[in-house]
Write a new protein. Structure first.
Length: 256
């Protein structure tokens, strides 16, 4: 019987990183889908133009107000028997509240400085498109979940806060959704979303790192571009596997 091959330190490290990534994704699935079941992650950001934010509005008040507004829109459309134009909502209302450049920079991590300005711009654009698809699918799956915001722990004059919320679902455990937000010249912006204790940025960071190791920055740009094109042909139905597709496909590619 042949002895199993011995793995070097680099190979063992690669396996450990891959398994950690797999564990994070499985935790998302255990929470009954990465975004759809926790639709508050996009609902809480919708129906608000970042440029119109009142300067003195605390971030938790902002999130609570826009949540109530967009839920009213979704319920109105459901009652009328018509579909909400979720892509339009995501593009015009949700995305202005995200700091996509910072999110991409954090997800790419130390490899960001290896990218040229043109590559950085391409990464931001592709990552933005990926999240548009993800949030559009999640918003399409709204089914009367209740969202509660926790009291804000914020020091006077703070410009970086954590806004905590919980999504109460019928027949399922409560799902926690937290928003890391920073206040800048354009108002409060979200730069990370943590669902059931798992960070969106950190999850992508591990898959991005594996892709850059295999194919460089251009390989990561190509991966995101290919996945976005593939996602365009996928229906935005209620199947949780469809809503998990962007994350799962990145993970599958990173393992190759």
């Amino acid at each position: 019987m042949c002895a199993p091959p011995r793995l070097g330190a680099s190979a063992l490290s690669e396996i450990v990183q891959t398994e950690r990534c797999r564990g994070r994704i499985l935790r998302f699935m255990h929470a009954s889908s990465f975004l759809a079941a926790g639709v508050g992650a996009c609902i809480g950001l919708a129906a608000w133009n970042a440029a119109a934010q009142p300067v003195a509005t605390p971030p938790d008040v902002l999130m609570s107000a826009v949540t109530a507004e967009v839920i009213a829109i979704l319920k109105r459309d459901l009652a009328a028997g018509r579909a909400t134009d979720v892509v339009q909502v995501v593009e015009s209302r949700i995305l202005p509240l995200f700091d996509f450049e910072r999110m991409t920079r954090m997800a790419v991590a130390r490899n960001w400085r290896l990218a040229s300005p043109e590559q950085q711009a391409a990464l931001v654009a592709q990552f933005r498109t990926l999240l548009v698809r993800t949030y559009s699918s999640a918003l399409s799956g709204y089914r009367d979940e209740e969202i509660e915001y926790k009291p804000l722990r914020m020091a006077p004059g703070a410009t970086d806060v954590l806004v905590r919320s919980a999504v109460r679902r019928r027949g399922a455990e409560t799902l926690t959704i937290d928003y890391d937000m920073e206040k800048g010249e354009a108002g409060w912006k979200v730069y990370d979303v943590t669902i059931a204790g798992v960070s969106l940025v950190i999850t992508y960071r591990e898959t991005f790192a594996a892709t850059v190791r295999a194919g460089g920055i251009d390989g990561l740009v190509k991966l995101l571009s290919d996945r976005n094109r593939a996602n365009e042909s996928r229906p935005q139905g209620a199947d949780p596997q469809t809503r998990l597709a962007p994350l799962l496909m990145l993970y599958a590619s990173a393992r190759r």
